[in-house]
Design a protein around this ligand. Structure first.
Ligand SMILES: Cc1cc2nc3c(=O)[nH]c(=O)nc-3n(C[C@H](O)[C@H](O)[C@H](O)COP(=O)(O)OP(=O)(O)OC[C@H]3O[C@@H](n4cnc5c(N)ncnc54)[C@H](O)[C@@H]3O)c2cc1C
Length: 385
């Protein structure tokens, strides 16, 4: 039987100085982030802030310099992400480009695609979205029905629909998973390909979907006879499944999978300073121990990726445990809020963050692969199914 492997990691020696540099930048550029915007900040869209990070060299940090990157290590990038998430910085605009679309282009893109798009992504000017889910194809991603057919002149014609596409309206690019050969029930993963689509292409229509929080971050994206050239194919025709699964490892392994509700943890600690509650102190002790363990596991995954490994099982486990943690936090917060020991004065920022984190919590089980599906991946990786 296989076993989990979380290799211990030592962060680079320049880490304390780098943290200091990031904190000074954040104090200057983001003197006060409103409480309710600090939770789940990697979904908060602020194109100006992303451009500032790009100018500072903090997008595409690990990419080669010839594509606008900065050739820093994956662990330095990890430190940056930790600091940004802990501060509640609004990093949603460039998050997808930095985390997965850019690396996907580096791995599978043509030289022309890399030169055309990566420098703009690294400046925070070209923003990307993920075109995977469709009505009827979420967990069962191989069921995608959006179709690209090859025309006699070598171009492609796309028809179909994507759904739940975060930030599609504000993005310039989508990497879309589509079917380029009819579905073969015996080999459902065959016949899929990825396309790099400029969202201004005629025939693409984007319609917002308002979420539970009242925010129109989701979108439906429709493709009606969208004709694109061969240069929009990303990687190899028919290899879309292999490409998309390696993209999903990038999507699942980052610190955002356990730090989305960190703002609420901070507010709980602030509350504990003002409230004499043994229950709250115990809760914070437990949450701190869990947070620290999750962090060690998450850094280990980053270290393994830096070493060229592909820790898909470990990444899935971190995402699953991170989700449980992020859903426990608002529950604990609610119990505190309902206790008699608190006053409104104690609670202002705490309630704002708790309310937002509570409404966002259900989505953590779904986004980036549902809990049940991730547990299936872990079980298969361990040889249990
Ligand atoms: C905040 C957020 C942002 C998102 N952003 C994007 C985006 O930018 N681009 C994009 O493409 N998608 C995005 N998604 C969509 C997300 O990837 C899908 O919602 C997810 O993959 C689940 O698919 P589904 O909604 O079709 O649910 P389903 O797959 O229908 O799942 C419904 C339930 O059935 C369970 N289930 C399904 N299959 C199995 C199985 N084999 N075994 C056990 N249980 C199973 C699931 O665990 C789940 O509980 C986003 C979702 C969220 C919540």
């Amino acid at each position: 039987m296989h076993a989990f492997k979380f290799d211990p990691v030592t962060l680079p020696p320049n880490t304390p100085a780098f943290r200091q540099e990031i904190r000074e930048f954040l104090t200057r550029e983001l003197p006060r982030v409103p409480a309710e915007r600090r939770a789940n900040c990697w979904a908060v869209f602020d194109a100006d802030f992303s451009r500032k990070l790009g100018a500072r060299g903090w997008i595409g940090m690990v990419w080669p310099k010839r594509y606008g990157g900065h050739e820093r290590s994956a662990l330095e990038r990890y430190v940056l992400l930790e600091e940004l998430l802990a501060a509640g910085a609004p990093v949603g605009a460039h998050w997808i480009a930095d985390r997965q679309s850019g690396p996907n282009l580096l791995r599978y893109g043509s030289e022309q695609q890399r030169e055309k798009y990566l420098p703009g992504m690294a400046r925070g000017e070209i923003l990307c979205c993920i075109g995977m889910s469709e009505p009827g194809a979420g967990s069962d991603l191989a069921a995608v029905r959006t179709r690209a057919e090859k025309l006699p002149d070598g171009r492609w014609r796309l028809n179909g629909q994507k759904i739940w596409t975060s930030n599609a309206r504000q993005s310039q690019l989508m990497i879309a998973l589509v079917r380029t050969s009819p579905l073969d029930e015996k080999n459902r993963h065959a016949g899929l390909s990825q396309f790099l689509l400029e969202l201004s292409t005629p025939g693409i229509r984007i319609q917002p979907i308002v979420d539970l929080v009242g925010h129109p971050g989701f979108n439906e994206v429709f493709f009606d006879d969208v004709v694109v050239g061969q240069e929009c194919l990303l990687g190899v025709e028919g290899a879309g499944w292999r490409q998309v699964t390696s993209e999903l490892s990038l999507e699942r392994s980052g610190p955002e999978r356990y730090l989305s509700s960190f703002a609420l943890f901070v507010e709980l600690v602030r509350l504990a300073e003002r409230m004499d509650s043994e229950t709250l102190r115990h809760a914070i002790g437990r949450l701190t121990a869990e947070l620290w363990t999750l962090r060690q596991m998450s850094v280990a995954v980053a270290g393994m990726m830096q070493g060229g490994k592909s820790p898909a099982i470990e990444a899935s486990l971190v995402k699953d445990l991170g989700t449980i943690y992020q859903q426990d936090l608002p529950e604990i917060a609610r119990a505190i809020a309902e206790s008699d020991a608190t006053t409104e004065e104690d609670m202002a920022d705490f309630l704002d963050v708790a309310q937002y984190a509570t409404m966002m919590a259900p989505s953590y089980t779904i986004q980036g692969g549902t809990t049940q599906v991730l547990r299936g991946i872990v079980a298969r990786g361990l040889g249990l199914r």
